[in-house]
Design a protein around this ligand. Structure first.
Ligand SMILES: *[C@@H]1O[C@H](CO)[C@@H](O)[C@H](O)[C@H]1NC(C)=O
Length: 151
């Protein structure tokens, strides 16, 4: 029983470490400067399928409650901006966000002609008062659409 649990646990750790996505905070800022820190990023599915919805779940922790603001998203391909959008924070997580842990769930459907490859997504969050809550970027992969997903 204990052995099985251990195996299960090991498997879980292995799987979740494979899914962990590396990210970096933007520009000259480091983790210390932002009131909102990222803990984990999940991309579903990974790789993303072009023309189909993808979900980016950002687990984060905030040192203050957030009553609103904006989420700015930029997608780059070989350094070139191919997509950008701005949302109300409260569309992606229920507001107000209390101080502590929360998950921001961003759904995105990239157009069907988006070529497969490695993309960079930058996410910036600005509080109601214009204060930058966080800014970070991470890479995600777009796979070959129907060729893979319909099999
Ligand atoms: C992504 O976040 C949403 C909202 O919190 C949650 O319902 C969903 O289960 C999450 N998905 C994964 C795979 O963590």
């Amino acid at each position: 029983m204990n052995r099985q649990l251990l195996l299960l646990f090991t498997f879980y750790v292995l799987v979740s470490s494979i899914q962990a996505i590396d990210f970096t905070y933007c520009g000259q800022y480091d983790e210390e400067n932002f009131p909102l820190k990222v803990q984990q990023i999940k991309i579903i599915p990974d790789p993303v399928v072009t023309g189909k919805p993808a979900i980016f779940n950002i687990s984060a922790v905030t040192d203050r409650s957030v009553s609103g603001g904006k989420v700015m998203i930029e997608v780059r391909y070989f350094g070139i901006r191919v997509h950008s959008e701005t949302h109300d924070i409260c569309e992606e997580v229920s507001c107000p966000i209390e101080a502590g842990n929360f998950v921001l769930s961003h759904a995105e459907t990239l157009p069907g002609y988006t070529p497969p490859g490695v993309y960079t997504l930058k996410m910036k969050m600005i509080g109601k008062n214009g204060y930058q809550l966080t800014c970070f970027s991470f890479k995600f992969k777009i796979g070959f659409g129907a060729l893979v997903s319909e099999s």
